[in-house]
Design a protein around this ligand. Structure first.
Ligand code: NDP
Length: 401
């Protein structure tokens, strides 16, 4: 029985709030705060109408530590689920330290003026969280998140040594829009326009954006063009499983999407460097975000499904083996349950489960942790009962290896 504070009221925040409300034996008192309180109010209203559970709402600027501290002191939650933007990770961690509250997020910290994806800033909080006796769980969405749990589960039950890991992320859905991103457009475009990077034999190998492409077959979806890009969980997983010789992350993109992206870049709209417009500084990518569809609004007519998983090769009892563990999530099912599309759903459900693991004592420890450092078994059980059931295949052709 715990009080929880959710910060951020976008598509992911909506799913987290719904899933916490469905598990009121653990989350007995739910608070939600964001920059725009009316978005929290709308989610609270929908949850009251659909589930009969009360969600309290507040306004907060999570860039401002004293404001966060005042709010946390007023609410006194046991844990904060941070599903605002990656820019707010450090301020919320600072406020948690000041008030003695556990912390969980779904994306690693990024400075606003530099699209740089690494855990260094948050790992630097290790000693502070340890000294405070608090738990910080980093990257507990789907990817990062479930992909790390899948890897830990494979290492625990199916391999003596994991050698090759390919994380494969397919969105086989169609939202009917010419161009839209599935989560915050600013964060998403910053991520995919970066150079690609993968881990091989103890080093990072850099690629041009979208340089490595392969057709991969996804269960129940079919063959899709898949591209190697850098994704943050590669950093923590290769550190925590040092036997891995090569780790890559693949994501599917359609040609129409890539054409739009190329135009956006060519005309300078993907830039994060401020420009002057009528005397005001504006960041082109932030302006573009305002013109694109709100990812939270894509759910209504979203057809199809996502498929995300880990394709692994390694050794078991001296023999080489392959293993594929994945989840498929239908956008319509996610929307019918929570009013949000599948990408928000596949992020929000694991965030709720991670919070549940900490609050029920399944995951303990003082310090800053990536999810693959904890026991994966209770988390895997909850995935099956909370809407993201997983499937596994042994000794199949993994295509990528
Ligand atoms: P949205 O942009 O839809 O929502 C973000 C929310 O955070 C909005 O309610 C926004 O408020 C709020 N917010 C932004 N800045 C502040 C601030 N300074 N103070 C308080 N609130 C603030 O994003 P999503 O819901 O799509 O994504 C949420 C998070 O989930 C992101 O960090 C994203 O990177 C991560 N993610 C992780 C995935 C994974 O698998 N691990 C996959 C997808 C997303 P306002 O409405 O006022 O702008």
């Amino acid at each position: 029985m715990s009080r929880i504070l959710i910060i951020g009221a976008g598509g992911v925040g909506r799913v987290v709030a719904y899933k916490c409300a469905q598990n009121s034996e653990v989350f007995s008192d739910i608070w939600m705060a964001s920059r725009t309180q009316s978005k929290c109010d709308q989610i609270a209203k929908d949850i009251q109408a659909n589930l009969g559970v009360n969600v309290h709402t507040e306004q907060v600027d999570a860039d401002n530590v004293p404001e966060l501290v005042a709010l946390i002191k007023k609410i006194q939650p046991k844990l904060i689920i941070n599903v605002a933007l990656p820019y707010q990770d450090l301020t919320i961690m600072d406020a948690c330290l000041e008030t003695g509250v556990h912390y969980l997020d779904t994306a690693n910290y990024e400075p606003k003026d530099e699209a740089k994806f690494e855990y260094s800033w948050q790992w630097a909080y290790q000693d502070k969280f340890k000294a405070a006796g608090l738990t910080a769980v980093l990257g507990c969405g789907f990817d990062p998140g479930v992909t790390g749990i899948y890897t830990a589960y494979a290492a625990k039950h199916h391999f003596d040594e994991i050698q090759y890991l390919d994380i494969v992320d397919c969105n086989g859905g169609d939202h009917g829009k010419a161009f839209a991103t599935n989560f915050n457009p600013e964060i998403n475009i910053r991520e995919i326009t970066q150079k690609g990077k993968y881990w091989e034999n103890g080093n990072w190998v850099e690629t041009e954006p979208f340089e490595i492409k392969q057709e991969l077959n996804y269960p129940n979806i079919g063959v899709r063009d898949s591209y190697v890009l850098y994704h943050e969980e590669l950093e923590s997983i290769t550190k925590n499983f040092p036997s891995i010789k090569r780790a890559r992350f693949w994501m599917t993109f359609g040609q129409e999407y890539l054409t739009h992206l190329r135009v956006i870049q060519n005309i300078g709209m993907a830039s994060i460097v401020p420009i002057k417009y009528k005397g005001i500084d504006i960041v082109p990518l932030q302006f573009l975000k305002e013109t694109l569809p709100d990812p939270g609004s894509l759910g209504d007519n979203y057809e199809g499904e996502t498929s995300i998983g880990c394709r692994i090769k390694g050794l078991k009892d001296g023999e080489e083996k392959t293993y594929y563990v994945y989840n498929n999530c239908k956008h319509q099912d996610a929307f019918n349950e929570t009013g949000a599309q599948g990408v928000s759903y596949t992020t929000g459900v694991p965030a709720m489960i991670g919070a549940m693991m900490v609050l029920t004592g399944e995951w303990t420890g003082a310090g800053v942790f990536n999810v693959e450092e904890f026991n994966p078994d209770p988390f895997m059980d909850k995935l099956n009962t909370e809407g993201l059931p997983w499937h596994e295949q042994h000794n199949i052709d993994l295509e990528v290896l």
